[in-house]
Write a protein that binds this ligand. Structure first.
Ligand code: SAH
Length: 283
């Protein structure tokens, strides 16, 4: 049977946390044993839940965000020190509506028919863009949502660089500013002006600070918007999910002669890059 992988488990089948593996097992088991779930499976789910509770929710857990980053490192999703440092510095818990779920490797609803991406997708995109997120570089985050990834970008490019988020839901833009203000790592950059979030249609990019070394798109476009390629520097990289029901995370590199090379990194499932009206109608 053909399966569409969700954003949460696009590359690493089963996700990073044993809990999601157990749920996948559950799904697979129900395909084959349609009548009943075995007791063994129920017990293993119970064990996995209590393991996760111990690992992430016990009062002894010193830093749940750090544990999340270490988990992504141990699974090989984060390989660079810079990415690990940025994700450690920006506490994901400040950016999600329900803090108790913040460190689970899953996308979470943030209202307005959209989600904050799963930690492994954020990590994967940071890794893909890492060479274009050096101090002093310019980065555009289209569909910035909670502001989490824009904040990570800002921390990586630093006060000499520029990180611009574009979000088309004004309420999400306003709450992303509050989230960033609560972050010790990102709020000084917001104050100082190297980090900013704007309301706009991200399919047009953000021409004011173009060209960019890195462009990230957090929602799936039916085709790559021309404006985003135009706003990429020679040597710049765009990471964008492309497609409708079936989507690929595409990596677009602009060569020094202005031509582009495009490759697919992995299959993904993102919310659509669309008009505000279509999104609010749930299309
Ligand atoms: N990367 C963000 C949000 C991902 S969800 C995070 O992880 O928090 C995708 C976001 O893209 C949503 O916030 C949605 O409102 C926004 N979006 C969708 N189409 C858009 C468009 N045309 N212009 C700007 N933002 C858009």
């Amino acid at each position: 049977m053909m399966k569409v992988t969700s954003e949460a488990d696009s590359r690493f089948k089963g996700g990073f946390f044993p809990l999601s593996r157990a749920f996948r097992k559950t799904t697979e088991a129900s395909d084959h044993l349609s009548l009943s779930l075995s007791l063994t499976l129920l017990n293993s789910i119970r064990e996995v839940i209590s393991h996760n509770m111990k690992q992430f929710w016990s009062p002894n857990s010193i830093n749940k965000n750090k544990a999340m980053v270490e988990n992504l490192q141990s699974h090989g999703v984060i390989t660079s020190d810079e990415v690990a440092k940025a994700m450690e510095a920006v506490d994901r818990g400040l950016f999600v509506p329900d803090r108790s779920c913040a460190y689970v490797d899953s996308p979470l609803s943030i209202g307005y028919n959209v989600t904050i991406s799963a930690p492994h997708m954020h990590a994967m995109c940071l890794q893909l863009l890492e060479k274009n997120l050096k101090p002093g570089m310019r980065v555009l985050d289209v569909g910035s949502g909670t502001g989490y990834l824009t904040a990570c970008f800002a921390v990586m490019v630093g006060s000499e660089g520029r990180a611009i988020g574009v979000e088309h839901i004004p309420e999400l833009m306003a709450s992303s500013i509050k989230n960033i203000e609560a972050s010790d790592a990102a709020s000084p950059l917001l104050k100082q002006g190297s980090l900013a979030i704007h309301v706009g249609d991200g399919r047009q990019g953000w021409a004011e600070f173009a060209p960019y070394d890195a462009i990230h798109v957090g929602a799936a476009a039916p085709v790559i918007p021309e404006a985003l390629i135009d706003q990429l520097k020679p040597g710049g990289r765009l990471v964008i999910p492309v497609g409708n029901l079936f989507q690929d995370l595409q990596v677009v590199d602009k060569n020094s002669d202005g031509s582009v090379s495009i490759r697919s990194e992995t299959s993904v499932r993102y919310v659509p890059l669309t008009s505000r009206e279509a999104q609010l109608r749930g299309e």
